[in-house]
Design a binder for this molecule. Sequence first.
Ligand SMILES: [Zn+2]
Length: 462
Amino acid sequence: MLGSFAYRHNPVWAQELLISVRSSLRGLMREGRAFEAMAAELHESQWWSERELRDFQSRQLRMIVESAARDVPYYRDRYRALELDVARLEFPEAVAKLPLITKADVREGGKSLLSGRRRGPLFPGSTSGTTGAPLTLQQDLAVITRENAFIWRQLAWAGLRRGERRAWMRGDMVVPATQRKPPYWRLNRAENMLMLSSYHLSEGAAPTYVESLARFDPVVIQAYPSSIGFLATWMLNAGIRYGGRSLRGIVTSSETLPGSRRREIEDAFGCRVFDWYGQFERVAAIGTCEHGRYHLLSDYSYVELLPAEDGLFELAGTGFNNLAMPLIRYRCGDYVRPAPAGERCACGRSFPLIDEVVGRADDPVVLPDGRSIGRLDHVFKGVGGILEAQIRQERPGTVTLLVVPSATYGERTRDTLLANARERLGDEIALELLTVPAIPRTRNGKFKGVVCNVPGAVPNVS
Ligand SMILES: [Zn+2]
């Protein structure tokens, strides 16, 4: 709706009315009695002991595996070949006897992953497909309600109560792309929420963004790390202090949040950042508590950590709620570094601690000799004079650094960046550096550190 011709050609007040109406309709669907019940349950389960969480996971796994083995053709066929007696399996450990599945399996499996016993309407949705082709999944209303209840628990950890003012900068197309002057935000009265565009950020627009936030004075800001991070970097560079008085926390999600970026956002806005990790497949979620620690939410799903390189582990999860299209032992392709075993958080919750969410690796760049080079974000690490930067490869043999310069940008910045890139990419590839007013976002308004449109690039973690 927000991308429609009618929306784009309405005045701001009419756009805000449309946003509020859409929001109210969604609220009716997502925040009814089922939501209240779920929210109350999650309020309790956050304080469960390790033993209670484990018992809960065992019961849920048994239920989901039994129903999948009985009602879902894909699992029925695969599990039959294993000759397992599901009723006698000891969960949660026994789930490891079942095969792992990947995004490719789910794509190929198609409709055979749908349960023959499903009831009620299904809501199709797609993964964003930042790496590889998008994946379409079917979810029932229970999944959507439960996800929403978990998000609200995270917002509560950040200090937000329902009904309080919040700001939102998460890739919604609330402002037409053709608009060239403020306001780059719209007010959603139904949710008491200021929605800011992730697509209009530039050095020139930054002051009006920061002023509009301070004037609205939200209790919590929900944002892509790249969107709120852009403003934070600009504020620190320009020596601007955030003027709002009510801000208790910033909840980031949907992109990897590097530690340096988290510190910048916390410095600029003077509050804690609560990073949330989730995915559309709904098989794993990681939240941030009041003590700033990552917790793997074991009342959300059952997650196994598969050892990978460099002390990292890949998340493989089994969602508890989607009986219509269950994903069992689904490899997320995302990586984490767990905290040392036995470490406890001062918040008192028993959810396992995670030291770092590495997420998905950026695209690699392809060198003329065929090598793929990943983790190129290091090229910009610790270099001053930059508001934002991206590495792009549109054709073999050439790599472009796009840089949004800050006031302190100069020859030295340029030389350091080119030297850093040269060090990682070698002498065989041509390098160019362009300063630009803004970095283009993906279709979802997300930021990508490296974009490679040359065939042969295989995403890797190294
Ligand atoms: Zn904690």
